[in-house]
Write a protein that binds this ligand. Structure first.
Ligand code: E4P
Length: 214
């Protein structure tokens, strides 16, 4: 399973990249707003660090405006993947982008039918938001299971990009289901590395290392 990092903070990307954990990056308007920096500036900097798909989202919601933004993002760097919302205009923009050779990540997916439409529109990635479904007392991971099965049944090339990941269990379950990609906040990446027995074991090794005759 590929790991993307879900952030607008370049410092987090640098740290995760240094550990070899970053196959790609996803951003969204909320994450970039949090960074307090211009969207384009952040994406250019990310492209200098990571040699993989970098999702940059359109800020408009009509077909014509989304296509203008999509073409601008596409020209910025060959690794930029245009993130489009799962609404009818977004699907139309997805189809046009695919026809023009622009890679897309269709975002805000909350149902198998939406995922099916994104695949038919030729999306490169579909982003089901599992954490937000969990927040509404649904089981987000069941959606991933259904989408992976549907895409396999018909051989769709669209990759399932598990988004709105909130904890390590989400990552493990996504991997067990066989999702192509999981986009993970940096804090969760660090949680993945954590185990109390590792800390206890290392403390003992460090103590015992002092007892070794030199
Ligand atoms: C990534 O592409 C999504 O925008 C992101 O994972 C959403 O996460 P959130 O539900 O924690 O905001």
């Amino acid at each position: 399973m590929k790991f993307f990092i879900d952030t607008g903070e370049v410092s987090e990307i640098r740290q995760a990249h240094a550990m070899g954990l970053v196959d790609g990056v996803t951003t969204n308007p909320s994450l970039i707003a949090k960074s307090g920096r211009p969207y384009k500036e952040v994406v250019v900097e990310i492209c200098d660090i990571v040699n993989g798909p970098i999702s940059a989202e359109v800020l408009s919601t009509t077909y014509d405006e989304m296509m203008v933004e999509a073409r601008v993002w596409h020209k910025l760097h060959p690794n930029v993947v245009v993130k489009l919302p799962l609404i009818p205009d977004g699907l139309r923009a997805t189809r046009t982008c695919t026809n023009e050779g622009i890679r897309t990540n269709v975002t805000l997916c909350f149902s198998p039918t939406q995922a099916l439409l994104a695949a038919k529109a030729g999306a490169s990635y579909i982003s089901p938001f599992i954490g937000r479904l969990d927040d509404c007392s649904e089981t987000g991971m069941e959606l991933i299971d259904k989408i992976v099965r549907i895409y396999k049944n018909y051989g769709y090339a669209t990759e399932v990009l598990v988004a709105s990941v909130r904890n390590p269990t989400h990552v493990v379950d996504a991997a067990l289901i066989g999702a192509h990609v999981c986009t993970i906040p940096y804090s969760v990446m660090l949680q993945l590395a954590k185990h109390p027995l590792t800390d206890v074991g290392l403390k003992k090794f460090v103590e015992d290392a002092q007892k070794i005759p030199r």
